[in-house]
Design a protein around this ligand. Structure first.
Ligand SMILES: Nc1ncnc2c1ncn2[C@@H]1O[C@H](COP(=O)(O)OP(=O)(O)O)[C@@H](O)[C@H]1O
Ligand SMILES: [Mg+2]
Length: 504
């Protein structure tokens, strides 16, 4: 909040205080002095008037004693030396006026009526009067009356008053000047402090400092305030610095960590790539080896068949039959291994083409309908009446479907198997549905792993190899799709996936 710096400023308030104090003090001193002076001077005038009157009385005393009017008049004439004396008169004890000086027109002739001419004390009256006894050898022989003008006295008094007031005013001005200097002395550090505080607040620059008290300046609350304020700023600045340091070290640490993570990531990537390369190399090796291994196996099979056609004893015939079965199992195993190795080695590059559902299904039908009817199962193919065209690699899709349909027939003992294709937007949903033994929920995911078979812990090769679905999963990923399995244990299973439809 910004306070207005004019009227309410501490400088202005102090100035008003100094002014008020000096003015009141001077006013009282002037008035008091004036009154006292007035009183003193008035008394002085009265005293000097009394001396003059006594001198005149003395000069006239002989004339009074002899009631000599003329001599008394001459005696009073010495008063002419004092201009301020307007009127004078002497009265012997008998009470009549013996002689007078000055303008005696309004002077009474007897003492009796003189009393009303005697003064009551009045400062501003234009004249003052005096009435005192005349003594001769200690005895009163008459009275003298004097009236003196106060005109000169007033003039001198006013001159003096004027002088006094001017001196006092000068004093006042000096006092104010001194006061202002003093105020500046007090106010400057406070102003400085306020200014610095405002600057700090506005600029948030904590390195600023209020001007420190001058060397040798007296220690008071203001210097203490300045010192504390500056100390406070130092503290804040230090903390600010600490915070900045902490922040930058934090940033540095984050950067270091990020760099560590990046390099760890790079290492991981390198490790992953080399692992993938190793797997591919292994798969390529296996593919090559399987291919080479199959030729001797085929040869053994041919020799065994040839042997079987010769004349053999019953025992020899049965041995040859077992041998034939083992050779077929081995061949199947090599076929599956070869398949997986080729798929893992990336040897199969999908070549999408237009595949009509008719073509696809006639292949499936001719291959599996006999197998199904041999197990007394219904075998059904379901597809839209006007046909459908898929965009995919036909050979890979055939292999995939063959695996799924083969399993469906293999794991179904009653009911049937259906292969269905339905339109779902611009995709085809392909399903292989059976009413077979089903799969327990905990196995639904694991059946796609290599060598996993639900009901063959003894790994009897005649019950299959457990590689079919592992191959199927790879085929699906080559075709850019994913097989989803839903199953009800004891009721049947559905295996389904989606493929893009051709735009018609
Ligand atoms: N249609 C299905 N109905 C029930 N179980 C199935 C079905 N298809 C696959 N399975 C289960 O999944 C396992 C793995 O299948 P697969 O990889 O083809 O191996 P294999 O058929 O050689 O046993 C099978 O052993 C079987 O337990
Ligand atoms: Mg199988």
């Amino acid at each position: 909040m910004q306070r207005n710096s004019g009227q309410a400023s501490i400088r202005f308030q102090l100035f008003r205080l100094v002014l008020a104090v000096s003015a009141i003090a001077l006013a009282f001193s002037v008035i008091g002095g004036a009154l006292l002076e007035w009183k003193l001077q008035y008394q002085q005038i009265r005293q000097s008037l009394a001396t003059t009157a006594r001198a005149a009385g003395m000069a006239a005393s002989a004339a009074i004693a002899f009631h000599d009017k003329k001599a008394a008049g001459e005696a009073l004439h010495i008063l002419a030396a004092q201009k301020e004396i307007e009127v004078a008169a002497v009265y012997p004890l008998e009470g009549y006026r013996l002689a007078s000086y000055g303008d005696d027109a309004d002077l009474p002739d007897t003492i009796g009526s003189l009393s009303e001419h005697l003064p009551s004390f009045a400062l501003w009256s234009p004249s003052t009067t005096l009435f005192i006894p005349i003594l001769l050898d200690g005895a009163t022989i008459g009275h003298i009356y004097l009236r003196a003008s106060l005109h000169d006295y007033h003039r001198i008094y006013l001159e003096q008053a004027f002088l006094a007031i001017s001196t006092n005013l000068l004093g006042l001005i000096l006092a104010i000047g001194f006061g202002l200097r003093f105020i500046r002395h007090i106010v400057k550090p406070i102003n400085d402090l306020a200014h610095t505080a405002r600057q700090v607040r506005e600029s948030k620059d904590f390195s600023l400092r209020a001007t420190p008290p001058e060397a040798g300046a007296p220690n008071n609350e203001i210097t203490e305030l300045l010192d504390s304020f500056n100390a406070m700023l130092t503290e804040i600045e230090l903390r600010e610095q600490m915070l900045t340091n902490y922040q930058s070290s934090l940033e540095r640490r984050v950067l270091e960590r990020t760099e560590d993570l990046h390099s760890a990531n790079r290492d991981l990537l390198v490790a992953k790539e080399s692992a993938e390369a190793a797997t591919q190399a292994k798969s390529r090796f296996l593919a090559a080896a399987s291919h080479d291994l199959r030729q001797p196996i085929q040869a053994i099979n041919l020799f065994n068949e040839a042997l079987n056609r010769t004349a053999l004893s019953n025992e020899q015939k049965s041995i040859s039959n077992f041998l034939g079965q083992s050779i077929r199992n081995l061949g199947e195993l090599f076929d599956a291994l070869l398949d997986i190795s080729k798929l893992d080695a990336g040897a199969n590059i999908p070549r999408p083409e237009m595949i009509s559902v008719h073509t696809l299904f006639s292949g499936i039908d001719s291959e599996f309908s006999a197998l199904a009817s041999a197990k007394s199962l219904r075998f059904k193919l379901h597809f839209p009446f006007n046909g459908m065209t898929l965009v995919t690699d036909g050979k890979l899709l055939q292999r995939l479907l063959r695996n799924l349909v083969g399993n469906a027939i293999k794991y179904t003992t009653q009911g049937g198997v259906m292969v269905a294709i339905r339109r779902r937007g611009d995709e085809a949903l392909i399903q292989v549905i059976d009413t077979g033994i089903g799969i327990a929920p905990q196995h639904v995911k694991t059946i796609f792993e290599e060598y996993f078979q639900v009901g063959n812990p003894e790994r009897d090769k005649s019950k299959g190899l457990g590689l079919g679905l592992a191959i199927t999963k790879r085929l699906a990923s080559l075709l850019n799709t994913k097989i989803v399995c839903r199953s009800d244990l004891g009721k049947g299973s559905v295996f389904e996936f989606r493929l893009p439809l051709a735009h018609t």
